[in-house]
Design a protein around this ligand. Structure first.
Ligand SMILES: [Fe+2]
Length: 466
């Protein structure tokens, strides 16, 4: 029997889970779905069925929501990701903590990479569709039904975990990823993975970073792999002091690891960088030794304590889009803010990944209220060449997801396409899929496909063409 969930801020309102799986072949639509839009938008986020003891949003069991779009119609399916942990919870009728294995010889904590919560990102690569969470291996699901297939069907053999933010190189079709704390929990070892379009591992190489940290995202360019390391460090001694091993430790400094594409990991060089925190990168490219990238920079790590145990000030928990230039030969770094609005979940036209991009899309919040859980109520397009910005406001109090770009057709120019996102209506307590013209974001949605229920706030998603 499922018990009531604890009274916890990340289990209330639209952070709270829904307790059902459903499907609908034909959603009610306002407006017109573009006739040539044919594929699926996948979204994923934490949706625990059971919670016992302490809870953190990052550790809730993943649920996938799919919008299948074809010939002007939109169907919907949602399914839990049935990891072994979830199946065991169903069997027992209660929540379980993440499995912890202590190595009897070393005493180190070794994660089980195939028993996670699969809640952070879902993306297609070749014929595979995988749910990702940075402590585990990719978990395969069926693209139409979302039925769980399991671990090991994709990228089998990788050492350590796979980030939830791997990058697909549009030129080679290869997926590049990484893992952190590879050898054991608290270790400064990381891994660099390359997977081919058939889901076969091409390389998975372990290297050592300057310190152990939570590393959420990274970048590739045509010529380089870039591993930024910001000091959300891991120290097991903090568990006794604060009950939690991760904290933002400015004194550890920040580094950017640079690897030439195709080179051995032994050649990674760590360049000193300004201290800040970044969860997500929009994209990166290089012209010779000059790397340019856009990221969402925070003064400290939001949602985590500082090293002295203090909680970040509200003003420090706002991320802003920032452009960095980095000369990988000299180590010279320059950076400046490009959007003075609290924002997150940056996306590009993925055909331009690892190349120079012009257009970026992001969830933004020009209005913020303390205690609103960091909601975003706007979808914003930024023209990175001109600085022009176009915004659609879903209404303060409502919540928009990460905007996912879909090109109009394979020959479309960069930015010619659609933005797909989900919107939570706080008055009606329902969610919808919105489709915007990526070249006229300020005009608002061209189509809205409405659900009769809400999609809890989640993390990431992506599009898969039919
Ligand atoms: Fe993320």
């Amino acid at each position: 029997m499922a018990a009531p969930l604890p009274n916890h801020p990340q289990l209330r309102g639209n952070y709270g889970p829904i307790n059902f799986e459903a499907s609908c072949d034909d959603l009610v639509i306002e407006g017109n779905v573009p006739a040539d839009l044919s594929g699926s938008l996948y979204r994923i986020g934490p949706n625990p069925k059971f919670v016992e003891g302490t809870y953190h949003w990052f550790f809730g069991t993943g649920m996938i929501h799919a919008f299948h779009v074809d010939q002007g119609k939109v169907g919907y399916v949602n399914r839990w990701v049935r990891t072994p942990k979830f199946e065991k919870e169903i069997e027992l009728g209660r929540g379980l903590n993440l499995e912890i294995n202590i190595n009897k010889e070393t005493g180190q904590i070794e994660s089980n990479r195939r028993n996670g919560v699969a809640n952070t990102h879902i993306m297609a690569h070749g014929d595979h569709l995988v749910a990702l969470e940075e402590g585990s291996h990719p978990f395969s699901v069926a693209p139409q039904s979302l039925e769980s297939e399991g671990y090991g069907h994709y990228a089998d053999g990788i050492k350590g975990a796979m980030t939830a933010h791997p990058k697909i190189d549009p030129e080679t079709g290869e997926l590049h990823g990484f893992g952190y704390m590879t050898d054991h929990f608290g270790s400064k070892t990381m891994t660099y993975h390359v997977i081919d379009r058939n889901g076969q591992m091409l390389r998975s190489d372990v290297f050592e970073a300057p310190y152990a940290a939570m590393v959420h995202d990274f970048m590739i360019t045509r010529d380089y792999v870039i591993f930024p390391l910001f000091p959300l460090t891991c120290d097991l001694d903090r568990v006794a002091k604060f009950g939690f091993p991760f904290a933002f430790d400015r004194s550890a400094g920040a580094y950017i690891g640079v690897l030439k594409r195709g080179a051995p990991v032994s050649s990674i060089r760590w360049l000193e960088a300004p201290v800040c925190y970044v969860f997500h990168y929009l994209n990166a490219w290089n012209e010779g030794s000059k790397v340019t990238f856009d990221s969402v920079d925070f003064p400290v790590a939001p949602n985590f304590p500082n090293a002295d145990g203090s909680i970040p000030a509200h003003a420090d928990a706002q991320g802003k889009l920032t452009r960095w230039t980095l000369d990988v030969d000299t180590g010279a770094i320059d950076r400046y803010q490009t959007l003075d609005v609290a924002s997150e979940f940056p996306r590009i036209d993925n055909r331009f990944a690892a190349s120079r991009h012009r257009h970026g899309y992001i969830a933004a919040a020009s209005q913020r209220a303390k205690g609103d859980g960091g909601l975003f109520h706007e979808i914003t397009h930024i023209d990175c060449d001109t600085g022009d910005v176009s915004t659609w406001d879903a209404g303060f109090g409502n919540g928009v997801s990460e905007p996912v770009f879909v090109e109009k057709n394979s020959g479309a120019k960069e930015g010619e396409g659609w933005l797909l996102a989900t919107v939570y209506d706080s008055q009606k307590s329902t969610s919808s899929l919105v489709i915007l013209n990526a070249q006229a974001v300020g005009d608002g949605p061209v189509a809205v496909a409405m659900l009769d229920h809400r999609i809890p706030y989640g993390f990431h998603g992506s599009w898969r063409n039919n």
